[in-house]
Design a protein around this ligand. Sequence first.
Ligand code: SF4
Length: 74
Amino acid sequence: MTRRLRVSVDYERCTGVGACEQVCPEVFFMRDDGLPEVLEPEPHETLWAAVERAEDACPDEAVILEWVDEEGPA
Ligand code: SF4
């Protein structure tokens, strides 16, 4: 079983506070228009803890995390 994490931003909710980039700049990048871009939509597991901290830090609950379990060779 392989586990992957998919990261996205709900732009309907995001108000461009930028906490996500401060907490996890490897994955979130604030664009010139004031909204974050997800640089790594499926980040390596070494970044999962930082991405979860970014989710916690977002005041608008706009960081969306989806866990995907896949069957496959171990
Ligand atoms: S912390 Fe949340 S509200 Fe702020 S820019 Fe990131 S996703 Fe948007």
